[in-house]
Design a protein around this ligand. Sequence first.
Ligand SMILES: Nc1ccn([C@@H]2O[C@H](COP(=O)(O)OP(=O)(O)OP(=O)(O)O)[C@@H](O)[C@H]2O)c(=O)n1
Ligand SMILES: C[C@](O)(CO)[C@H](O)COP(=O)(O)O
Length: 231
Amino acid sequence: MNQIPKCWAVVPAAGVGKRMQADRPKQYLPLAGKTVIEHTLNRLLQSGAFQAVAVAISIEDPYWPELAVSKHRHLITAAGGKERADSVLSALKSLRGQAAEDDWVLVHDAARPCLTASDIHLQIDTLKDDAVGGILALSSHDTLKHVDGDTITATVDRKHIWRALTPQMFKYGMLRDALQQTEGNPAITDEASALELLGFQPKIVEGRPDNIKITRPEDLALAQFYMEQQT
Ligand SMILES: Nc1ccn([C@@H]2O[C@H](COP(=O)(O)OP(=O)(O)OP(=O)(O)O)[C@@H](O)[C@H]2O)c(=O)n1
Ligand SMILES: C[C@](O)(CO)[C@H](O)COP(=O)(O)O
């Protein structure tokens, strides 16, 4: 009998957060009484969707061992890499021997602490029988322009342009192989772009607009607001 594919989470959390201009990597900034990364990991762990969560942490990170969640029994720590894709590949390799080739992996940014269990289950329920997998994404409610420097060169059809979020959900073996084959390619800024480069066509699942990535200083207050709205 075919084994029901299991789901694993991978969390790239080895960035330095340059654009945040803070005194520490943004995943360790305080937000609603915890650090950003604690919110993200708690939401993944409490969703009940995952066998385990593999987190890629910078080898120079002094903050991680101080967090109680770093000792969670369903959490695996891997060494982060130079780029986000390297960190994801490292976390995937830490699941070797545990994740089966056809198990699902959901890759979710540590910097996205407002993810809801409803979006996790929506994505899994929508994509669990798909041959490739796909990503949470947001449509645009604004007119979109193609720009060259400070000059508009075209107005683009907004129905064809969506903003990629995370989690990004792919089969363990397919994602590992795609990231290994595209290693070092600067165009690979998310998991879907690696699969696309190899000719696959991932699906999109419309996600919640409050699943923001904390990138710039003003994003922290917005995340706080969204968290207050979610409770
Ligand atoms: N070498 C890297 C770079 C990024 N990330 C992670 O990938 C996620 C999304 O990346 P981004 O928002 O770009 O984070 P940073 O790279 O930290 O931000 P910046 O580009 O401003 O330095 C973050 O959770 C970040 O910790 C990672 O694990 N390893
Ligand atoms: C993966 C991602 O969250 C999709 O939007 C995003 O690309 C990661 O952030 P970065 O600034 O591109 O590293």
